[in-house]
Design a protein. Structure first.
Length: 362
């Protein structure tokens, strides 16, 4: 039976890692969400200090944890949103799929989808105020897109940060190998080591962020709480995610994506294929896309020049649904306002060959 412990006792409440330079959001309430088979997901709900505008369900990327989003949660609650977030099974403070906690493994993205659907039904709907939207990064974007037909009417809009619609080479070339390994029973064999910290993890070489302070903060989280993160991805995980992403190229699957969705891609993304995400946005009836030139993959962990544009894009896309007094927010940057005027109200015109999102810069 799926259960959510809405009032956990102190001894049952999940722990959160406290790291210098990464303050815990005020009013954070943690809990455990029970799954069939005895597995548990760690989650948190954070209420704003003033009346809530509605709820943002924050969906993480691969090998992330709630602690990594403390800053973003605080930003969203300061803007008047209630925030709900949970660690995907197999990472963060949630239970693992295999005995070796250092392996990142999943049998199918459908498992993530079922977890998201159950968490929505048993935690978000009864506890978090409407209207509700999804803010998802990378893997979270893939799961949100695959779950959209099952979540119809429960979330009114989605904003996707560098969604995993397709991987960049050379990872994308591994699909036949990962499928074969899973077919012969080697799906739990580690195929790719995840570089988390240490001397090789330099700001210049990392593909995730160009911001030194956030890079060092995230490295400190990994070094202070290594149990929250995995060190390798299995062939099964890669096979499952690439298979689910390939389904997003199917016209019948795309026809079922009705939720208004804003794709925000990173101009210097070396992890996922931004062009594939922009093309999917164009093919959707309710899809829109903008690109942030110069930004790396993790837009919510990026330098302020990129991150502030992303948050302004989020506000512009959900603002009419979840209004905020103008004197609180102020006007969006001029370049962003122009880009959103072109990208949000109307569908993009058909691209010539390889579609790209509307680009914006300061």
């Amino acid at each position: 039976m799926l259960t959510a412990d809405s009032s956990p006792s102190p001894q049952d409440a999940p722990e959160f890692a406290d790291v210098a330079g990464n303050p815990r959001p005020e009013r954070l309430e943690g809990g455990w969400f029970g799954l069939r088979g005895g597995k548990r997901l760690r989650y948190a709900i954070v209420e704003p200090e003033r009346a809530s505008r509605g709820t943002v369900l924050l969906l993480q990327g691969r090998n992330e944890a709630i602690e990594k989003y403390f800053e973003t949660i605080s930003d969203l609650t300061a803007r008047g949103f209630t925030v709900a977030i949970f660690d995907w099974r197999g990472q963060g403070g949630s239970d693992r799929m295999v005995r070796n906690r250092s392996k990142g493994h999943i049998d199918s993205v459908r498992t993530y989808v079922r977890d998201l659907e159950a968490f929505t039904k048993d935690v978000v709907l009864p506890r978090c105020p409407a209207p509700r939207v999804i803010l998802a990064h990378s893997l979270g974007g893939l799961v949100a897109l695959r779950a959209t037909p099952r979540l119809a009417g429960q979330y009114e809009r989605m904003v996707l940060s560098a969604p995993l619609v397709a991987l960049r080479p050379p990872m994308s070339h591994l699909y036949p190998l990962t499928q074969f390994m899973r077919w012969i029973g080697l799906g739990r064999v580690p195929l790719r080591r995840v570089e988390r910290s240490g001397a090789r993890a330099s700001l210049a070489r990392n593909p995730l962020t160009s911001d030194r302070a956030r890079f060092e903060r995230n490295r400190a989280i990994v070094e202070s709480a290594p149990e929250l993160f995995v060190t390798s991805l299995t062939a099964g995980w890669l096979a499952a995610c690439m298979k689910a992403a390939r389904r997003l190229d199917d016209s019948d699957a795309i026809a079922k994506l009705h939720t208004p969705t804003l794709f925000v891609t990173a101009g210097e993304d070396r992890v996922v294929d931004s062009r594939a995400a922009s093309r999917l946005a164009w093919r959707m009836r309710s899809g829109h896309a903008i690109d942030l030139p110069g930004a790396r993959h993790e837009l919510l962990q990026e330098a302020d020049e990129h991150r502030e544009l992303f948050l302004a894009a989020f506000e512009a896309f959900v603002g009419s649904l979840m209004p905020e007094p103008a004197e609180v927010l102020g006007p969006p940057p001029e370049a962003l306002a122009e880009a959103l005027e072109a990208a949000v109200p109307a569908r993009q015109s058909e691209p010539s060959e390889a579609p790209m999102a509307t680009s914006i810069s300061r």
